[in-house]
Design a protein around this ligand. Sequence first.
Ligand SMILES: NC(=O)c1ccc[n+]([C@@H]2O[C@H](COP(=O)([O-])OP(=O)(O)OC[C@H]3O[C@@H](n4cnc5c(N)ncnc54)[C@H](OP(=O)(O)O)[C@@H]3O)[C@@H](O)[C@H]2O)c1
Length: 324
Amino acid sequence: MTGMVMIVTGASSGIGFEVAKYLAEGGNDVVMACRDPEKGQDAVRCIKSILPNSLVTFMQLDLASTTSIREFVRDFLRKKKKLSVLVNNAAVALNFSDLTRKTTSEGFELTMVTNYLGPFLLTNLLLDCMIQTSNVLGEGRIINVTCAAHNQEGGWGRGRVDFLHTKNFQLQDEGTYNGLQAYKNSKVCGLLFTYYLGELLQGTRVKINAIDPGTVPTTELLRHAGKLQQVYSLFCVDRVLRPCLSSSKKVHEAAMQIAELATSDKFEGRSGKFFRDGLAERSSIESYDSDLQKAVWRISCQLVNYRSNLVNDTLDDISLSSLK
Ligand SMILES: NC(=O)c1ccc[n+]([C@@H]2O[C@H](COP(=O)([O-])OP(=O)(O)OC[C@H]3O[C@@H](n4cnc5c(N)ncnc54)[C@H](OP(=O)(O)O)[C@@H]3O)[C@@H](O)[C@H]2O)c1
């Protein structure tokens, strides 16, 4: 794919920045959707200094705020651009050992809204535009960046995290919150969403997949982590263990995988899959639970006040107050 309009969230740093650069290099019109205007504009300047003719622009987007998401979509749609690719890359990882739950001014748990509920709303609000574009320009692609930590049976969280409980969706029950559980829950939701929306989009030319970019210790993801974890990650994982750990990657390697999934003909027609190192793999058992997929979709619609025309559903039986 080249010459297409693409949005990359969290493009101000780390993997997202590199993804935006690769997509711009491929001749695409890349919207770098970033929370911090200064960092976002710097990122655009940086890409332009390397690729002076590239079509990269900055748009402000705070995924932790449904107001910001709705404003972003309104401003984007006003431009009448034909959107082909959406890379839901942005995420936050709070200190994994922290037991103090952080909420936004809208009452959302910070990790869940940034990593999942925000991208859920953004994707849904952009879907009509993507479907219309795909009817004219060919396949559209949505990519949800997930993480091995989505799996309570493997990865970082093995034995330390629990399944997602829909009745405690935002870890609001006393004593249930910790940073790692919140991150894991948000990332498994990204997969549940990928699989369910993949089914709903059958019959359209918009495809949706998830990807684990691997372990990339040099990004800013662990900025909220404890010092010990940062040092372990940077010095042990990146410098010492990297040659022996197949999952450990440099930023450009991780970004290249995402950019390929977004653009390469190799992935044409693939949808509802979880990719790692360019291959479709199985994600956690939990992520394939179709009842959970539906339940999470319904809870999400309720929480972000969104009614999908893809699902004929009634949301009346979920009490909003029990979800926050
Ligand atoms: N690094 C790894 O080892 C690893 C492993 C597996 C998966 N991943 C996934 O890869 C993706 C990229 O992470 P990274 O490692 O590149 O981390 P990063 O350097 O911290 O990048 C995260 C990006 O998300 C943005 N972001 C955070 N909160 C936001 C919000 N409320 N609204 C909009 N943007 C927001 C950040 O913007 P600010 O700079 O303004 O905060 C930043 O640009 C994430 O989905 C992460 O879960 C990373």
